[in-house]
Design a protein around this ligand. Structure first.
Ligand code: HEC
Length: 161
């Protein structure tokens, strides 16, 4: 069937139709796998990228290789100021490329995931400012520092492996 009035620029009309169809297709296409996950930049993702290699996906670590489990115990560290400091001053946290705000969010996320009943009631979450202050001092001997904190907590009745 002939169109009336005849289109003086049939090529243009065709490309407009192709463009409209392509737009429709794109608009209705399901999101591709390559799309950024909604959780980009989230503590859960930062944990996977920066910490999970040693601490495993469920925080259980590899105690036989010196990587302590955090499950059901991490919150005990918040019972002592030096424990609260220590868990931000371990090498994995001191050396991470994550910034202080991301570290604060990550610490709070880990505590929420794994501390369970070990979390003392009313313990305040880490703030960016606290993490910045803590990360500005590096303990000279982390292993000795940790042993002291663990021993003090054990004497208080909160055993940590
Ligand atoms: C190369 C392995 C490794 C990586 C990577 C690592 N850690 Fe650790 N982490 C350890 C070891 C080992 C310890 C025990 C303390 C020590 O010897 O430094 C520890 C201790 C900890 C502790 C204190 C728990 C305790 O019982 O002492 C926390 C909290 C922690 N890490 C968080 C993190 C976070 C958060 C990240 C990622 C930003 C991370 N770690 C990355 C190996 C690692």
């Amino acid at each position: 069937m002939r169109r009336w009035p005849p289109d003086p620029r049939p090529g243009l009309a065709r490309s407009a139709l192709v463009l409209a169809m392509a737009t429709l297709l794109l608009a209705t296409a399901p999101p591709t796998q390559a799309a950024q996950p909604a959780s980009a930049g989230s503590p859960a993702l930062n944990y996977r990228l920066h910490c999970m290699g040693c601490h495993l996906d469920d925080g259980s670590g590899m105690p036989q290789r010196g990587i302590p489990s955090m499950k059901g115990v991490l919150g005990h560290f918040l019972r002592l100021p030096q424990g609260r400091a220590l868990i931000v001053q371990v090498p994995g946290v001191m050396n991470t490329p994550l910034n202080d705000r991301q570290v604060a969010e990550l610490m709070n996320w880990m505590l929420g995931q794994w501390a369970g009943d070990s979390l003392p009631p009313g313990a305040p979450p880490y703030s960016e400012a606290e993490v910045r202050e803590l990360r500005s001092h590096r303990p000279s001997d982390v292993a000795r520092e940790r042993a002291g904190v663990v021993e003090a907590l054990r004497r208080m009745g909160y055993p940590i492996d």
